[in-house]
Design a protein around this ligand. Structure first.
Ligand SMILES: [Zn+2]
Ligand SMILES: [Zn+2]
Length: 278
């Protein structure tokens, strides 16, 4: 008994020491802020930068240009003929799929440096990078008019087991980054819950992905989404199956409309060529 008490008091003393250390560190940081460095390359940043990512790294991110599918936001390689305005262009997938979401917009293409950073965010416990990438998302989306009017942001939920494994929800970090640069309000992460962890969806056809996701989302308190325009935040749009299932669930719960905004979008040659794909 006494040994336990002794151990507890030692632990407490240690914790108190740690706590005081933290306060000391916070105080020092306030007086002498550490130099800010780029979250991607580590270069020193000027003091007045809003985002902790340097200009050189920003310029290397493959952003989506002006020619993209008006439904899912996927870049289209084929320039629209003059008879067909940009506003009506659809990719092959969207031309034949009925989507539940109004539209999705993707900031960049899932390739090169952006793909590397998303993998770093998802698999290397890099929370600050998530916030930085979310700030880029917010600024680009605002500049391009991609944040729907009167919208509430909502991050795609992770199943709690996956959340436990990863330690955080990457979509929520992106949303936090967006919130720091935009005025748009957001909804709490538990507004929607993900009921079952789905297995890896890569390698599945779009139809199989849809079947795999059917019914996984649940809105415990529909009053929180009823009548609202929602903008769903995620790190990547691939076939749109996740966004569609989430949109279907939210509309059923009474949401007025569901839009999507993703940091990246997967592009493959089959899409660009407009051929059938698996
Ligand atoms: Zn950099
Ligand atoms: Zn499309």
């Amino acid at each position: 008994m006494s040994i336990i008490r002794k151990k507890n008091s030692l632990e407490k003393r240690f914790l108190r020491g740690e706590y005081l250390n933290n306060i000391w560190q916070v105080g020092l940081n306030l007086l002498f802020p550490p130099p800010r460095s780029c979250l991607i390359c580590g270069r020193k940043l000027p003091d007045n930068t809003l985002i902790e990512i340097c200009q050189l790294c920003l310029e290397q991110l493959p952003l989506v240009g002006d020619c993209f599918c008006r439904q899912c936001g996927r870049p289209l390689a084929v320039v629209a003929p003059k008879t067909r305005p940009l506003g009506e262009m659809r990719c092959f997938d969207c031309a034949r799929t009925r989507h539940f979401f109004v539209q999705n917009r993707a900031v960049g293409i899932y390739s090169g440096p952006l793909k590397e950073q998303i993998q770093e965010l998802k698999y290397h416990y890099n929370r600050r990078l998530g916030i930085g990438l979310g700030q880029i998302m917010g600024l680009v989306a605002e500049a391009r008019g991609w944040v729907p009017e009167k919208a509430h942001l909502l991050a795609v939920p992770l199943h709690r087991e996956r959340l436990h494994q990863r330690g955080y929800n990457q979509a929520e970090l992106l949303m936090q980054g967006m919130e720091s640069v935009l005025e748009t309000p957001s909804l709490e992460s538990h507004t929607v819950i993900r009921r079952a962890a789905t297995g890896a969806s890569s390698g599945l056809s779009p139809k199989e992905r849809r079947a795999n996701l059917r019914g996984v989302f649940q809105v415990p308190r529909p009053g929180e989404v009823a009548g609202k325009v929602l903008c769903i935040i995620d790190d990547i749009y691939t076939t749109g199956a996740t966004l569609d299932e989430l949109a279907r669930t939210l509309l059923q719960a009474g949401a007025e409309a569901v839009h999507g905004l993703t940091l990246s979008i997967a592009v493959d040659d089959q899409h660009l060529l407009g051929n059938d794909f698996k």
